[in-house]
Design a protein around this ligand. Structure first.
Ligand SMILES: [Fe+2]
Length: 313
């Protein structure tokens, strides 16, 4: 697969400073004007000003120039225009509001967090000492942005663009192609496509060290805005990631996630199509409540649609 990484996202929102302040409060590093990074990755979220909340650019990494040529040819075959200059291929998602940029990039692995010893039935590995999970009060900082979820008016057509055009691989899907999980790295998914009346961002996802890091960061958010919690904490079925979905101060849903399935050998992974009548267990193997409706579609979708129209989309 030519692609190997999701490099970063550009988010456009009416109040960029509010979003930058929010994420630096949770431990992201403001490395440059509007650029938020982590300890290992200097750019993960680029925050820009826009008249309505949307992803305005998705930046992907590949290994060498020949990958860019191969992707350009695949897009050509689909009739999707692109430009290839200065080591970057650019095109526009035909059903989205964002540009896609593919660059030759070297992405070093993340540093590994210190292992936390966990006692289990019949196995004591942490004796006579308190767990750091109970004594830590500062949330560990986010590690990277791992995936983005787009709502699209035509999931099948969007899947052709991302799959056949850009080279994302299908990891799993819901019955009838209702929603499709794609990867461009070893993550089970870096991209999920799901239905929406107009193109929109459903959520962006930030990887955390573990469930305690998710809990501490999420609790910090709901301490200030109790209404920010949308869904979780729980564990997904597809991708197996632990999750907590919350709203950022600009109304965008984000997911704090950890422990996602990793696919390092394509030959050992078989994409499955999960039946949707398994509800509620299709989405989560466990979680304590029910997803609010805005888990599936942003609560302000009508306002977003009007703002898109006003912006000439
Ligand atoms: Fe997610």
């Amino acid at each position: 697969m030519p692609l190997h990484s999701l490099l970063d996202l550009e988010l456009s929102v009416p109040d960029p400073d509010a979003l930058v302040g929010f994420w630096t409060g949770l431990g992201m590093v403001h490395t440059d004007a509007g650029i938020l990074g982590t300890a290992d990755r200097p750019s993960q979220l680029r925050v820009a000003e826009g008249s309505y909340r949307h992803v305005s650019e998705l930046r992907l990494g590949c290994s060498d120039e020949s990958d860019l040529v191969a992707i350009r040819d695949s897009l050509n075959a689909l009739g999707v225009p692109s430009t290839l200059t200065d080591g970057a291929l650019r095109c526009v998602d035909p059903l989205g509001d964002h540009e896609v940029v593919v660059e030759v990039a070297d992405v070093p692995p993340l540093t590994t967090p210190e292992a936390r010893e966990a006692n289990r039935p019949g196995r004591i590995t942490r004796a006579n000492s308190r767990s750091s999970g109970a004594t830590g009060s500062q949330p560990a900082p986010p590690r990277r942005v791992g995936h983005v979820v787009f709502g699209t008016p035509d999931v099948a057509a969007s899947a052709v663009f991302y799959g056949d055009g850009l080279g994302f691989k299908l990891s799993d899907s819901l019955e009838g192609g209702f929603a499709r999980f794609f990867r461009c790295s070893t993550d089970h998914h870096n991209l999920l496509l799901m239905p929406a009346p107009v193109p929109c961002m459903n959520h962006y996802a930030v990887e955390m060290d573990d469930v305690d890091a998710i809990g501490l960061a999420g609790m910090r958010v709901v301490a200030e805005r109790p209404e920010a919690s949308v869904y979780g904490v729980g564990r997904h079925v597809l991708g197996a990631n632990l999750f907590w979905y919350l709203l950022d101060p600009q109304g965008g849903m984000f997911e704090l996630f950890a422990d996602m399935d990793q696919i390092t050998d394509d030959d050992q992974w078989e994409a499955e199509e999960l039946r949707t009548d398994w509800d509620p267990f299709t989405i989560a193997s466990w979680e304590p409540g029910h997803a609010k409706p805005d888990f599936f579609l942003p609560a302000d979708i009508d306002d977003l649609a009007k703002a898109r129209e006003a912006a000439g989309r």
